[in-house]
Design a protein around this ligand. Sequence first.
Ligand SMILES: Nc1ncnc2c1ncn2[C@@H]1O[C@H](COP(=O)(O)OP(=O)(O)O)[C@@H](O)[C@H]1O
Ligand SMILES: [Mg+2]
Length: 299
Amino acid sequence: MLTLDRVTKTYRAGAFGGGSVTAVDRVSFEAAPGEVVSLIGESGSGKSTIGRMILGLTRVSEGRLTLDGHEVRPGKDFYRRVQGVFQDPFSCYNPVFKADRVFALIRRAYHPGVPDKEWADRVEKAVRDVRLDPGQVLGRYPHQLSGGQLQRLLIARALLLGPSFLVADEITSMLDASTRIDVLNLLAGLKENGLGVLYITHDLSLGTYLAERTVVLRRGRVVERGDTQKVFGNPLHPYTRTLLAAVPRLNTPWTLPEPLEACAFHEAGSRTDSSDLYETEPGHFVACAGLPDCGRISA
Ligand SMILES: Nc1ncnc2c1ncn2[C@@H]1O[C@H](COP(=O)(O)OP(=O)(O)O)[C@@H](O)[C@H]1O
Ligand SMILES: [Mg+2]
């Protein structure tokens, strides 16, 4: 279980360290193996910062980030369990080397003792697991492969270490529609096999339907989170409603969501959790939106 407990990231801003930016503000959620959690929010809302903190690439300023109860300590043992794949597959390859060099680097760092033949078999299996034909992709240069193939090779590389969690930061953003569906199918299969996935996205795309649970982030804070069906079936925060309204529906004219006058949940006598969210029904948490008629402004 990967657990974020009031995780906060403050970046120093300005050349002389004068100002600071709170990119992530007391964010709490959990991700379990075999489950997809989608982290959704507009650009700049702090999603990648959360992904980078989970991967130990950025330090946590405050709060606790634990894996099975132990504080996250980046290192080989940790990276065997938690791996990341990012938005831009092209930037992960050196154009002068063949694309499968990414596998060789993993071998050198993690499996130096594995004999050549066995390693080749493992790579072939990992490549097949991401539904690529080893004969078509191995031994090629990055410019000879498509964005979807490169992205899947990076997923294969991450999976070679047999992690239990994958941080997938906008991994389908640069892919065309049919390749995107291939990658999502792949994630669905990996989830069935027990992989936990943090699926980071800036829009309500197909991937969010893979997710058992959803965390909606705005300006570094969680505005709504919980079971995906509850969050999107009964969105209570104005921002979540706006996200839903931005999804086109065929055969239905587009309309703006009805404005809310007060947070819909204050009257329900809902209780708060440790992140200042209101639990409006079991497994559905919402932040106060600070609407004029709330009377309890905390946004
Ligand atoms: N290394 C950094 N130094 C200072 N500010 C940063 C740094 N990385 C990100 N930020 C700021 O933190 C906020 C969140 O960024 P990011 O996590 O990349 O958001 P997202 O992935 O949701 O677009 C933004 O305001 C961004 O400018
Ligand atoms: Mg980002």
